[in-house]
Design a binder for this molecule. Sequence first.
Ligand code: PLP
Length: 379
Amino acid sequence: MKTFEVYKLAPIEPVKASGCKIWDKNGTEYLDLYGGHAVISIGHAHPHYVEMISAQLNKIGFYSNAVENSLQEELAQKLGELSGYPDYSLFLCNSGAEANENAIKLASFHTGKKRVLAFREAFHGRTSGAVAATDNPKIQAPFNETANITFIPLNDIKAAEKELSTGEYAAVIVEGIQGVAGIYEPEKEFLVELRSLCDKLKVVLILDEVQSGYGRTGKFFAHQYSGISADIITTAKGMGNGFPIGGVLISPMFKAVYGMLGTTFGGNHLACAAAIAVLDVIKNESLLENTTSVGEHLFAGLKGSKAIKELRGRGLMIGIELNDKYLTIRDRLMMDEKIFTGTAKYNILRLLPPLCLTKAEADIFIKAFERQIEIIDNE
Ligand code: PLP
């Protein structure tokens, strides 16, 4: 059997990693400013993380949600404390799409309504509800087409008011920062007004923090820069530092009913051990503070570069929109400078490094970026 070829693969096979470094099978070292798509939060192979998962594996790796599992309680308690949502409840699942699927379902159960308002260029995942709320027809099969989702431009409060005033909506779903779109942030005033619209019209506000959450922007969740609270927050990626886990943070206004949500693997012992280790390290190593200061350092180092059309983002979620002449820079960074970065569209470099990135490592990237600009200019 062969694998189903749905991914365009870079010709590199990582076999070992530590902190922000990766080694391929030939022993070549790379600097990781991509974090496996914003997944590596506390750094590769962190000793506390390895220890917690290994110790758990030697005790019990899995049992179903039919029995008590105090690791889930410990995780919920620590997440509530660190995220600033101590009175919310946690539903555990396995991925970002699944977290959004459950969030939409919960909002629909709660309001008895069907429709969801989403934003142009949004990405919420590939399962039915999540992909329907994703503004990309290329990844929607005919089966996913639905009249229950409406897309409006990000930051257009008038359009939001017009739609929500119909009284037909269960929820609005918005990313803390749009990632796949190329790092676009909802404006503070927009989120504040959207929050009050949702309160007035009894619509559930869902914040998708799958990519922008877990400290990536320097606050635990990106929407916390606007001072609002969401009714439901979804998380995944950085939550398990590579171990598959997703979470739905649920406001006390929702009433849990046995059987309304469920999963086989969600909240298993190994996933909880991984997620607890991540929270321990974020707290003990002050990774939110590090993210803010190294993020500012990167912004300062890149600002004004002639290769950059626009620099966007916060903390260690950075979008570098490139001028046309420099579009080859990502491949050059990977092949010639041995630095991993991400992309969005054809012209945006996305930096999503582990949150333990040091200023010295950021400088390696900045120098390599400048060097490649000079090489392109001289070709
Ligand atoms: N939501 C956002 C904002 C994302 O960026 C992603 C993945 O890139 C998802 C949801 C889907 O997460 P997953 O791939 O874990 O299902």
